[in-house]
Structure formats: structure tokens, C-alpha cells
Design a protein around this ligand. Structure first.
Ligand SMILES: Nc1ncnc2c1ncn2[C@@H]1O[C@H](COP(=O)(O)OP(=O)(O)OP(=O)(O)O)[C@@H](O)[C@H]1O
Ligand SMILES: [Mg+2]
Length: 292
């Protein structure tokens, strides 16, 4: 088998605060193969975004965070990298799409300058003209027709949908090996969210990008992902090929998630009995055929 693009092993995370130490990830293991689309699904506060932030090397810089276990990116241990090396990986070998495009676009710079910055990460000597030409080509891939106007604009001059396209284009501009999408488009309306997913899907297929897709929307996960991990309170409770997990959920939490009314903004998970004997079961794993 090839080296996974991302291989998280027994990852733990805790935060030191005034009231003591709180562990929020209790030993998570998860992998994404090259070109594979993997979803991490679970309710609010279960630990999805912090997992993404560790992969991106962002929590390592937080004084209160304590991280254990290991994260291998293309076979390399992230823990062995210094701040500068982690920074170099972000935006080049791995990139991220956020829930809300305005949180990743800088309001005070024109889109053209932001593109130039992104492209410089992979090619420090790229000229402004070459960067703009490349930016226009990528914008065309996300169906932005008037690239010139968009490149000249500041983010606030563009609609939410256009900003979202710009963000996807920037995230994929350097052909990263790994794309992390944390609830992409959920801050926008339903139509934009659907378009975002469609574009993402097309681009990652064409560029053979590995994707870690974070969501609490099961409908979207079922559409998008090849494989699913279900996270509950900082633990992976079930994993397997999307179809197998959806057709035969085994863990009570996964069943409860699926029984909840599907809503684009998540929530609505019914009460589950954590004291029931099946709840404390070890990790439920489906193989490719969906057998136990
Ligand atoms: N910087 C921090 N300091 C202390 N606790 C934190 C910090 N960041 C996250 N947490 C805690 O870690 C847990 C997991 O948070 P995380 O943001 O990963 O949840 P999530 O699964 O992404 O939820 P959502 O679906 O709402 O985005 C939460 O209990 C959160 O309060
Ligand atoms: Mg989150």
C-alpha cells in the first residue's frame, strides 16, 4: 500500500486552563490516502476542528495546548518540524477551506495580491504577471467568468458565493496533497453550499487531492466522502466506507446521528444512553465489504 497522505495515530489533546487540565481528544487515529475523500463527522464540540488545527500545525503554537500521539504527513512526523517548516507546509502541501470565506480572506488586500501571496509559497520567485495569469486560470476552473474584475476587487466587494469560489481556488492553487475542508460553505446559503461542494468535488477529482472533510451534516457526507469516521466526545467510535456505515451503522451514537432530522445547520441529535452495554464497545470498524 502507498504511504497515506495523512496518518494520525493515537492523537491526544488537552488544554491547560485556570481550572486545571481538560482533555478534549482521547486518542484519535485516522488516515487519508492520496486522492481519497474522508469525512470526519460528529456533533458540535466533539473535536473535529481541533483535529484539523493540529494537522495544519496551528495548535502546536498555542501555549495552553498539550498534544500527544503522532501526525504523519506523507510519512513525515509533524512533531519533528519547527515553526517555520510547519508554516511552509501550510498553503503549499496542505491547505484549508473554512466555513466562512471572510475568515480566511484578508479584508484589506485585493484578491490579486492575496493570490500572489499564496502562489509565492510554492514558487517564491513567481512574478506578479505570472501569478495573475495562473490565478485567472484557476478562477476559471471554479467557474468565475470575469476573473479580471474579481482579481481587482477587495473581498467586501464580492458576494459570499464569489468569495467562497475565490477561497476554493486559492486553497487549490498550489495543488496541495491534502485539503482540509471544515464545514465548507455552511456560513452561506444552501445553494452556495451545494455549489461549493460540487466545485470542490470536481477539483479534487481532477487534481487527485486527498481531502479531510469535516461536517456535522450527514447528507452532505454521504454525497461527498469515500470513507467516514464518526467522532463522539473526542473519540472515534465508528469508521468505514461511507456506504457500509450508512447502511449498517453499528455504534449507538452513529445510529442516533442518523436518526436525527437532517438539517443543514446540524444539531437535533436525540438523547442516547451512554450507560447501555453497547455504548462502551470498542471502535466499530467496517471493512470494504461492510462486514464486521
Ligand atoms: N483554544 C481552546 N482552548 C480550550 N478549549 C478549546 C480550545 N479550542 C477548542 N476547545 C475545546 O475543544 C473541544 C472541541 O472543539 P472543536 O472546535 O474541535 O469542536 P468541533 O467538533 O469542531 O465543533 P463544531 O461542530 O461546533 O465546529 C470543545 O470542547 C472546545 O470547547
Ligand atoms: Mg468546528
Amino acid at each position: 500500500m502507498s504511504t497515506p497522505t495523512l496518518d494520525i495515530r493515537n492523537l491526544t489533546l488537552g488544554f491547560k486552563g485556570y481550572t486545571g487540565f481538560t482533555e478534549v481528544l482521547h486518542g484519535i487515529s485516522l488516515s487519508v490516502e492520496p486522492g481519497e475523500r474522508v469525512a470526519l463527522v460528529g456533533e458540535s464540540g466533539s473535536g473535529k476542528s481541533v483535529t484539523a488545527r493540529i494537522v495544519l500545525g496551528l495548535l502546536q503554537e498555542l501555549r495552553t495546548a498539550r498534544i500527544g500521539g503522532s501526525v504523519l504527513f506523507e510519512g513525515r512526523e509533524l512533531d519533528g518540524l519547527n515553526k517555520r517548516e510547519r508554516h511552509a507546509l501550510r498553503g503549499k502541501a496542505m491547505s484549508m477551506i473554512f466555513q466562512d470565506p471572510t475568515s480566511s480572506l484578508n479584508p484589506v488586500f485585493r484578491i490579486s495580491d492575496q493570490f500572489h501571496d499564496v502562489l509565492r509559497r510554492a514558487d517564491p520567485r513567481i512574478t506578479r504577471d505570472a501569478a495573475l495569469e495562473r490565478a485567472a486560470a484557476i478562477l476559471a476552473e471554479v467557474s468565475v467568468r470575469d476573473a479580471e474584475r474579481v482579481l481587482n476587487a477587495f473581498p467586501f466587494q464580492l458576494s459570499g458565493g464569489l468569495n467562497q469560489r475565490v477561497m476554493i481556488a486559492m486553497a487549490l492553487a498550489n495543488e496541495p496533497a491534502l485539503l482540509i475542508a471544515d464545514e465548507p460553505g455552511t456560513a452561506l446559503d444552501v445553494t452556495v453550499q451545494a455549489q461549493t461542494l460540487q466545485l470542490m468535488r470536481k477539483l479534487v477529482e481532477e487534481h487527485h487531492t486527498a481531502v479531510l472533510f469535516i461536517s456535522h451534516n450527514l447528507g452532505v457526507v454521504r454525497e461527498f466522502a469515500d470513507r467516514v469516521y464518526v467522532i463522539y466526545k473526542g473519540r472515534i467510535v465508528e469508521q468505514g466506507p461511507t456506504r457500509a456505515v450508512f447502511e449498517g451503522p453499528r455504534h449507538p451514537y452513529t445510529r442516533a446521528l442518523m436518526a436525527a432530522v437532517p438539517r443543514l445547520t446540524g444539531g437535533g441529535i436525540p438523547d442516547i444512553d451512554e450507560d447501555s452495554p453497547d455504548f462502551g464497545a470498542p471502535l466499530e470498524t467496517h471493512d470494504a465489504e461492510g462486514r464486521a
